[in-house]
Design a protein. Structure first.
Length: 196
């Protein structure tokens, strides 16, 4: 009985992703995302980020030319732009999207920032061009890396922001969006700061 108690007390329970990390040669999407997000992905999105108003005006003129001019990366369905903008935060809706009123934006174009709890799309994965399908064993790993990078956004960016408290305040956002709908840019943020 004493031996059994000692065995139970000496047993360490680890999660599935942690278990994967302990097996040599086993790929961990979570481990990859944790290693790459802060060290490579965020700095490259910040380096690539262009003024959203200028990007929007260029897209309205010619999307293909805009993608080339602003170094957009081919995403799963459309170009992914890295952008930065300052505006007034609105009230987040039930879908987790926070509208931002950005001065100078062409009329008819809305700016929405993903605030969670769900983060959709693969803009963060695709924005830099550093995370390529050919680098992974299969489609599942590639997709899971996108999910885990979005989890990094939730953990390291959105968990530090109170979306409700931002309503009516000036904020600066750096992030990425895939050009799916030219009338509504849904930006996945890698940095949100409140302006004084």
């Amino acid at each position: 009985m004493v031996l059994l108690v000692a065995m139970v007390l000496g047993t360490k329970v680890i999660s599935g992703s942690a278990a994967q990390n302990t097996i040599p040669g086993t790929f961990s999407p979570a481990g990859f995302a944790q290693e790459q997000f802060t060290s490579k992905i965020v700095p490259d999105i910040e380096r690539r980020s262009a003024d959203l108003v200028q990007v929007t005006i260029a897209i309205k003129g010619d999307p293909a030319t805009a993608a080339e001019k602003f170094d957009a990366v081919k995403g799963s369905a459309a170009p992914v732009f890295s952008v930065k903008f300052t505006g007034t935060a609105g009230k987040s809706d039930g879908s987790g999207l926070m509208p931002v009123d950005v001065k100078g934006m062409p009329s008819g174009t809305s700016v929405l920032v993903q605030m969670g709890p769900a983060i959709n799309g693969t803009a963060v994965r695709d924005a830099t061009g550093q995370v390529k399908f050919s680098d992974f064993k299969n489609q599942v790993d590639y997709q899971n890396v996108g999910v885990e990078l979005n989890n990094q956004v939730k953990e390291l960016v959105l968990s530090k922001v109170d979306a409700a408290a931002l309503a009516g305040r000036a904020i600066t956002v750096t992030g990425a969006f895939e050009l799916i709908n030219p009338a509504a840019f849904i930006v996945t943020p890698v940095k949100i700061t409140e302006e004084n």
